[in-house]
Design a protein around this ligand. Structure first.
Ligand code: PMP
Length: 456
């Protein structure tokens, strides 16, 4: 394809943007002083800005463009569906073909027992839906006091009031008096920071013990559910030791607490299986899906509901007073179905597991000796480098986050999109990224680590 960017008046777009467009998760004043980068097109794992710069997208957008950019099949699926039925609701005894097919496909792909899909438009909405389902479930089971959801520090579950409360981002909480009552957070299994002298195995058990302790403190009869991202993505790609989730699941079962996994990032091949629940051997009662469900080509999310919760809500619940105008949107569902077809047809899950996934992990690990790198962690097509002041300990930087931001800015200046979470450099490229592109990612990252090291 031609790499020439279409003629765009960058200055005009920038000034209109500064005047009218309020960006999410952005310091608008700082952004307007600097000016935005205008992205105009994309193909595979590459983006182009309005100045013609080619940029390697190490983040798959926001961890979502699993099949890569520029997929004509997805545009055609959307177009076909728009011509046939652009919209109809699923509230009033009607359905549409793509929504039904997609629900059935998700029931087939997700772990056993997750047989019902409730559709929404974003991960945040899906997680709001889960909180409502869970509380309603326990009411119907005659345990209305089981209301509280336990989550973890550094968890990200979305930006609505409920999803913010569910998440464990203290900076988000502080701005708006969160969390709401009924949400509680325990420490994450962040080995490189908190492991001390423990082995990973010991630390995994100790971190899971925090759940047991919190349940004892609050009383199991007040706890509805525990929710976890299998890998905490926006929290810095925190990967739990192997001992963590077996213990967490045992504790949930012991206290009759629902176990929910948020696979918004980890779903659809990211960890080398369709779902991280398979990678970590999880048996969730409910699962949140979004992002890779449509590879970001259309806004869509789903709550997968397991037999236990579904049976109670469906058999005994009567009408569930919850839903969105666009739940089961035919165009979004048609795009998602075509996206899943591509992932299957091109073997992208297998590729993340045994080809480019291990290649990316080897590439990242080749940077482990860099003086800034305290830990390299990752699985499949997601990874992180924890930057530290001193490898011995390791000793983290103070203030935390400054060095990560410097490195992130170097990446950006060198046409590589990576994200800094505190001082962890994280990546989550499209599953279609090629080996030469991975080489480029790793060599650019090395250059940026060197420059960051020189700066500080
Ligand atoms: N859960 C997780 C694990 C996420 O990473 C995100 C988004 N980054 C969300 C939920 C929220 O999704 P959305 O932005 O679509 O509301």
């Amino acid at each position: 394809m031609s790499t020439a960017a279409p003629a765009i008046d960058t200055d005009r777009i920038r000034s209109l943007d500064a005047a009218h467009h309020w960006h999410p998760f952005t310091d608008t004043k700082a952004l307007n002083a600097e000016g935005t980068r205008v992205i105009v097109k994309a193909e595979g794992s590459l983006l182009w800005d309005s100045k013609g710069n080619e940029i390697l997208d190490g983040m798959a957008g926001l961890w979502c463009v699993n099949v890569g950019y520029g997929r004509k099949e997805l545009a055609e699926a959307a177009s076909r569906q728009m011509m046939a039925l652009p919209y109809y609701n699923t509230f009033f005894k009607t359905t549409n073909v793509p929504a039904t097919e997609l629900a059935a496909k998700l029931a087939e792909l997700t772990p056993d027992g997750l047989n019902y899909a409730f559709f929404a438009n974003s991960g945040s909405e899906a997680n709001d839906t889960i909180v409502r389902m869970v509380r309603h479930f326990w009411q119907l089971r005659g345990k209305p006091n089981k209301k509280t959801l336990i989550s973890r520090e550094f968890a990200y579950h979305g930006s609505t009031m409920i999803a913010t409360s569910l998440g464990g981002m203290t900076a988000m909480h502080a701005q708006v008096d969160m969390p709401l009552p009924g949400f509680s957070h325990i420490r994450p299994p962040y080995f490189v920071r908190d492991g001390g002298n423990m082995t990973e195995e010991e630390f995994g058990i100790a971190a899971a013990q925090a759940l047991e302790d919190r349940i004892q403190e609050l009383g199991a009869d007040t706890i509805a559910a525990f929710i976890a991202e299998p890998i905490q993505g926006a929290g810095g790609v925190i990967i739990p030791p192997a001992s963590y989730f077996p213990e967490i699941q045992r504790i949930c079962r012991n206290h009759d607490i629902l176990f929910i996994v948020d696979e918004v990032i980890t779903g659809f091949g990211r960890t080398g299986n369709w779902f991280a629940s398979q990678t970590f051997d999880l048996q969730p009662d409910m699962m949140t899906l979004a992002k890779g469900l449509s590879s970001g080509y259309a806004p869509i999310s789903a709550v997968m509901v397991g037999e236990r919760v579904a049976k109670t809500l469906i058999e005994e619940g009567g009408e569930f007073y919850h839903g969105f105008t666009y739940s089961g949107h035919p165009v979004a569902c048609a795009v998602a179905l075509e996206n899943l077809r591509i992932i299957e047809a091109e073997g992208l899950v297998e590729r993340a597991r045994s080809d480019t996934g291990p290649y990316l992990q080897d590439g990242l690990r080749s940077l482990a000796d860099h003086p800034l790198v305290g830990e390299v962690r990752g699985v499949g097509m997601i990874g992180a480098l924890e930057l530290v002041k001193d490898k011995d300990g390791p000793v983290f930087f103070d203030p935390i986050g400054r060095v990560g931001t410097i490195c992130r800015d170097h990446c950006f200046a060198n046409n590589l999109v990576m994200r800094a979470v505190r001082d962890a450099m994280v990546c989550s490229p499209p599953l279609v990224i090629t080996r030469p592109e991975i080489d480029r990612l790793v060599s650019t990252l090395k250059l940026c680590l060197d420059r960051t090291y020189a700066d500080i």
